[in-house]
Design a protein around this ligand. Structure first.
Ligand code: GSH
Length: 207
């Protein structure tokens, strides 16, 4: 049995899309960030960093339970367990996948997280931070568009794990920016096409 401790954010959606695209059966447990559930001692036993999502597989490798935190790691674990169809197929794809996954999980995630904090969580307005982080979000979205240039999918001509990570950034995180993907027509087309996949739809609406 796979349990996913998740949140209705881009990170939760990334994990949910991989699970849906691979046809993996799983049970959802919502993590209440507002109540601080992710900082409880019980949750920290699953993820010492106190962040969602977290996956628990009672039937992990060697028929032993395993706990996997970090969205990128969850995505890889699920894809590998499901037979590897979504994984990169050779050294070139592997290198390209790592660039997508690392960029999405660090360079892109950081300004979006800070922009959200400045806009919605800061106890008082922080215009300098909000402006800086909004500009950084646009810079990163521009980078994603350049990386995708001329491709139907992140790795080229087939849907892969990289698309499971990329789609929620564009469909959910970038939606918070004024104009959304208006300045990025290639990404807007990508989101429209990828968003029609049944697995992507299922992952996006899982919670
Ligand atoms: N590097 C982590 C980041 C996870 C993350 O930031 N999760 C957010 C929800 S989307 C969270 O738990 N935020 C609460 C906090 O950081 O206190 C990943 O990729 O899974």
């Amino acid at each position: 049995m796979i349990d996913l401790h998740t949140v209705a954010t881009a990170n939760g959606q990334k994990a949910q899309i991989v699970l849906a695209e691979t046809g993996t059966l799983y049970k959802i447990h919502m993590v209440d960030l507002v109540a601080g559930q992710h900082k409880s001692p019980e949750f920290r036993k699953l993820n010492p960093f106190g962040k969602a999502p977290v996956l628990v597989d009672s039937d992990g490798p060697g028929a032993k339970p395993i706990v996997v935190a970090e969205t990128m790691a969850i995505a890889w674990y699920v894809a590998e367990k499901a037979g590897g169809d979504l994984l990169p197929r050779d050294a070139r794809e592997r290198a390209e996948y790592m660039v997508w996954a690392a960029a999405i999980s660090s360079s892109v995630a950081m300004p979006f997280s800070m922009q959200y904090t400045a806009k919605f969580l800061a106890p008082e307005p922080t215009p300098w931070l909000l402006e800086r982080m909004t500009a950084a979000c646009h810079e990163m979205i521009g980078g994603l568009q350049t990386l995708l240039d001329g491709r139907a999918y992140a790795l080229g001509d087939r849907f892969s794990l990289a698309d499971c990570l990329l789609y929620p950034v564009l469909a959910t995180s970038a939606k918070r920016l004024d104009g959304w993907l208006e300045p990025y027509p290639a990404l807007a087309r990508y989101v429209e096409a990828i968003g029609k996949r049944p697995g992507v739809l299922a992952g996006m609406t899982a919670c």
